[in-house]
Design a protein around this ligand. Structure first.
Ligand SMILES: Nc1ncnc2c1ncn2[C@@H]1O[C@H](COP(=O)(O)OP(=O)(O)O)[C@@H](O)[C@H]1O
Ligand SMILES: [Mg+2]
Length: 248
């Protein structure tokens, strides 16, 4: 299926518009809702960690139970860290850091490298297409985080493929606009969330999903004069594209 290559159909790009002008109050209220939901989950997670730590103090438990308790602590901490990271990303995405003219290829390379550290990205081969030496006026850290979120979703989908998991990423420049296209061979977007995919807190099929990755990615792209959209998705592959303007 990967013979298909990474498709890019510019007719799918949403109308160019100014960044969605989420007024500050609205953004703060979203952060408030998120903080409440994260605090709620964290209380549960801390209870698990506390209970496991109490068990581990006992001398009469065998090695396999000990290993299981430790694994559960590690997984719980990892899940909590992810939720806190998304709150931090969400909080900072509205902040205006100075935009700097930089190469976009190195941002793509850094996002690919960091997703390989994530447990869901570790065993997924990511093919990086030709990286043209294009530059744009960007907030590199935010842009890396947008691409990272799309790549992580792609890896999480690809590991559920009935074939060997594969993810591809490609960078293209067309008429002073830059397109980052990400393709995976996972089972496609669940029908239940097709229409609401980019709304905050929409998540499906993931035990630790926050439903913020796509919201954040799109918001960051909009801050760069672009967008993120779903190019194509079926039972064999899914393609997302992020666009940005070179001279914002
Ligand atoms: N490449 C993809 N393939 C299949 N489903 C996807 C893909 N990307 C996103 N999704 C679906 O969209 C949902 C929302 O994604 P996202 O906003 O990143 O939140 P999260 O990953 O935390 O659930 C995911 O839960 C998943 O069901
Ligand atoms: Mg995600």
């Amino acid at each position: 299926m990967f013979d298909k290559g990474v498709g890019l159909d510019l007719r799918n790009e949403p109308e160019r518009c100014e960044p969605s002008q989420l007024i500050e109050a609205e953004r703060m209220s979203e952060i408030g809702i998120m903080a409440c939901s994260i605090s709620h989950d964290m209380r549960h997670s801390l209870t698990v960690i506390y209970a496991n730590a109490e068990f581990l103090e006992r001398h009469d438990i065998d090695a396999s139970v000990r290993a299981e308790l430790l694994l559960e602590i590690q997984q719980t901490v990892l899940a909590m860290t992810e939720r806190i990271d998304s709150l931090l990303q969400f909080g900072s995405s509205g902040r205006k850091s100075p935009l700097v003219r930089e190469g976009v290829s190195s941002v793509v390379e850094r996002a690919v490298a960091s997703v390989k550290f994530h447990p869901d990205g570790q065993n997924v081969p990511i093919t990086v297409g030709k990286l043209p030496p294009v530059e744009a006026v960007i907030d590199a850290r935010n842009l890396e985080s947008a691409i990272y979120n799309l790549l992580l979703n792609a890896c999480q989908a690809a590991i559920r493929s009935t074939h060997a998991p594969e993810v591809k990423i490609q960078l293209t420049e067309v008429d002073e606009r830059i397109y980052v296209t990400i393709l995976d061979n996972g089972p496609g977007i669940p029908a239940s969330i097709r229409k609401t995919l980019f709304e905050p807190f929409v998540t499906a099929g993931k035990p630790n999903g926050t439903g913020l990755g796509l919201t954040l990615a799109r918001r960051i792209a909009e801050e760069h004069g672009g967008s993120v959209w779903l190019e194509d998705s079926n039972q064999e592959w899914t393609v997302f594209t992020l666009s940005l303007s070179q001279n914002r």
